[in-house]
Design a protein around this ligand. Structure first.
Ligand code: G6P
Length: 369
């Protein structure tokens, strides 16, 4: 086992580090910056069929669900396709409004999650086309979906998903750009810009990894807290959910993620003097909005840890800690913020002496209902 960990103390830390490469493996050979196109050979859906998609139905559980929630913003923003995201265990017992122009997308790193499998099987009975996004070659989901997109992140041993999550995000970018090009909702130059920025992501992940000591210091500072909150807006909302999920999975701290605008509808009541709140405040069209949410919580004496861009000099005026990510396209920044939040969760759990690779009561994949 020590050999497999390649010098890292835990598989999770090794897998977090592998993202500087695995993200590249997900998009490798699929991008053409010359004409802004994404080549997904394994996808058997024609441009006409893409143009006929009425709605996308994403089905997933756990961390994959959070990737799906990012996917909703991508498909809607880039390709103009209405997208719903449902929890596998809920979808299978609902009465969804489906027809043959709905495209169902199952996201599951293991390809074995029982609820996601059952949900995607039920989609068949409505006659809709399906895509599985998975990391495991030949897994059960690959037999149940009409199309399979492999994320190629390599084996993931740590129970808490890390590199498979960022790989799912990358695959969703590829798919959304592919759909947007087919529909003409993204022009060649816009697509080229996104692809150029996408190619920079692995190097930018490496930069975050190179500065992990600051994240560790911050994690240790708050490692004894009982509650932790995460807020984000727009695409950063699902990343707040994922940041909270990662922390609770491995550190056993009570953690919750919220959309920044929802704070005043309840969660503010939970903020006490010193409660840590992670605010994902990367540059984008909702930057000013998250800043005003930060001011609301600071007024309640919370300790705010901001995830912000390297060139943001304004943010330090309002928060207690700033953890930085390189600047990128607003749509792509969730990949970078996720890596940072994985490290925050990891170092918190380490400081608390938790069983990081095998958290209590959790399994790598849930193959029973
Ligand atoms: C379990 C794992 C999570 C994972 C979820 C969904 O709960 O502990 O890390 O996100 O299952 O797994 P899947 O394989 O469907 O992505």
């Amino acid at each position: 086992e020590a050999a497999e960990k390649a010098g890292y103390e835990h598989f999770m830390l090794k897998e977090i580090h592998e993202q500087a490469r695995s993200v590249n493996d997900t998009f490798s050979g699929k991008l053409s910056e010359l004409d802004g196109s994404v080549n997904l050979e394994e996808l058997n859906i024609s441009n006409d069929e893409i143009r006929n998609i009425d709605r996308i139905e994403i089905i997933a559980c756990g961390t994959s669900l959070n990737a799906g929630l990012v996917g909703k913003y991508l498909f809607e923003n880039l390709a103009g396709i209405h997208t719903d995201v449902d929890i596998g265990s809920e979808f299978r017992y609902s009465n969804p409004i489906m027809n043959e122009n709905v495209l169902s997308i199952a996201i599951t790193q293991s390809g074995e999650t029982a609820d996601t499998l059952a949900a995607i099987r039920s989609c068949r009975s409505y006659g809709c086309n399906s895509i599985a996004i998975t990391n495991v070659v030949g897994s059960s989901i690959t037999r149940d979906a009409n199309n399979v997109l492999y994320t190629h992140a390599g084996p993931e041993i740590g129970v808490a998903a890390t590199k498979t999550f960022t790989a799912q995000l990358i695959m969703l970018y590829l798919l959304a750009i592919r759909f947007a090009r087919a529909k003409g909702t993204l022009n060649v130059n816009e697509a080229k810009d996104l692809l150029v920025n996408l190619k920079r992501i692995p190097g930018q992940i490496q930069k975050i990894l190179n500065h992990k000591d600051t994240i560790r210091e911050c994690a240790e500072m708050f490692a004894k807290e009982r509650d932790y909150f995460f807020i984000g807006r727009h695409l950063n909302y699902p990343i707040a959910l994922e940041g909270a999920l990662k922390l609770k999975e491995i550190s056993y701290i009570h953690a919750e993620g919220f959309a920044g605008g929802e704070l005043k509808h309840g969660p503010l009541a939970l903020i006490e003097d010193g409660t840590p709140v992670v605010a994902i405040a990367t540059k984008g069209h909702v930057y000013e909005k998250i800043l005003s949410n930060i001011k609301e919580i600071k007024a309640r004496e919370a300790k705010v840890i901001a995830v912000a861009n390297v060139d943001d000099t304004e943010i330090e005026k309002y928060v207690d800690w700033v953890l930085r990510i390189p600047a990128t396209d607003e749509l792509l920044s969730p990949v970078l913020s996720s890596v940072l939040l994985q490290l925050l969760a990891y170092y918190t759990a380490l400081a608390r002496g938790c069983s990081i690779d095998k958290p209590k009561n959790l399994a790598k994949s849930v193959t029973v209902e």
